[in-house]
Design a protein around this ligand. Structure first.
Ligand SMILES: *Cc1c(COP(=O)(O)O)cnc(C)c1O
Length: 297
């Protein structure tokens, strides 16, 4: 690596996070990889990087996992984490799109992530994403920019932040690096995507599909933190959780906004544990894949 490597200076770097699973018969599957492939190219386009042909991304990933499939643990809540990524490799000082790039895929066996329920601080100082920015792209800079807010939250005794909008700091966006859902009565609400400030999670989409099948109403819309506080006070806010490939579903046991603390007894929850079980069963081959989500190796 030369010191002038463009990615280090100008931040053209994107990635994806995908998981592969093994069923009881030892067959390997990847969960919804085509969605990650499409999102990778959306990120590439936003960062003025070349898009990757489907044949290289999908077939390259399939071939790699075929070779390494013995590294997929055949154990509940375990999987093989797949990390495709691309970065600019011109050795030039000067702000412009690089002419050369490297696309790679690395793998790691992984177990249950952040399984403990989280304490979350509603962020009002730092901003993750604004309209017109790069919040919908999985580019490296988004994560570098988020570390200070997480560190400050940890100093206050919280695990992560719930991001709010850049202007009023009251419209909810995401929780750390996960999409966020709230169960209010018989309705699941999650922030909508139209402002392009939110990462369009594959787990988010899967959760929306399964929640509807479970008989809940699902609303993708703007959510004001004050609406959430009112719902909490009237006893209608039943559950709060994050969704993402790493953790699947992460319960939020405490949510702090200014001086107001919302606490939840996660042991009593009904919806998100069931959602998590359904998603895990599909991924690990213990329930029928009625949506065509499992890509066979
Ligand atoms: C990756 C990511 C998610 C979750 O996306 P999945 O496809 O469900 O893994 C949510 N928010 C951010 C900021 C992310 O980077």
């Amino acid at each position: 690596m030369e010191p002038s490597l463009a990615a280090l200076h100008y931040g053209q770097a994107i990635f994806e996070g995908i998981k592969a699973y093994k069923n009881e018969n030892g067959e390997a599957f990847i969960f919804r990889p085509e969605d990650n492939f499409k999102r990778f190219n959306i990120s590439a386009e936003r960062m003025q990087m070349p898009t990757i042909p489907e044949e290289i991304f999908m077939e390259g990933m399939r071939a790699l996992i075929e070779i390494d499939k013995n590294w997929i643990p055949a154990k509940r809540d375990y999987s093989l984490y797949i990390r495709p990524f691309m970065f600019s490799t011109d050795n030039v000082i000067g702000v412009k799109p690089s002419e050369t790039y490297k696309f790679m895929i690395i793998l790691s066996p992984t177990g249950p992530y952040y399984s403990a329920p989280m304490k979350i601080y509603v962020e009002e100082k730092y901003t993750r994403a604004a309209p017109g920015g790069v919040g919908f792209a999985k580019n490296a800079g988004n994560y570098g920019a988020s570390l200070k807010a997480s560190a400050d939250a940890r100093k206050k005794g919280y695990d992560q932040v719930l991001w709010t909008d850049a202007f009023e700091h009251k419209w909810l966006q995401e929780v750390g690096t996960m999409n966020v859902f709230f169960i209010i009565g018989n309705t699941a609400v999650t922030p909508s995507l139209e402002e392009e400030t939110i990462l369009e999670g594959v787990t988010r989409d899967s959760a929306i599909v399964v929640l509807k099948e479970m008989g809940l109403i699902v609303e993708e819309r703007k959510i004001d933190i004050n609406e959430l506080m009112e719902a909490y006070k009237s006893g209608k806010l039943l559950e709060a959780f994050g969704t993402g490939t790493a953790a699947t579903i992460s319960s939020i046991k405490e949510l702090c906004y200014k001086d107001f603390v919302m606490k939840f007894d996660t042991e009593k929850w009904k919806v998100s544990p069931k959602l998590k079980k359904i998603l895990t069963d599909i991924r690990e081959g213990q329930a029928e894949d009625t949506h065509g989500w499992m890509f066979k190796i």
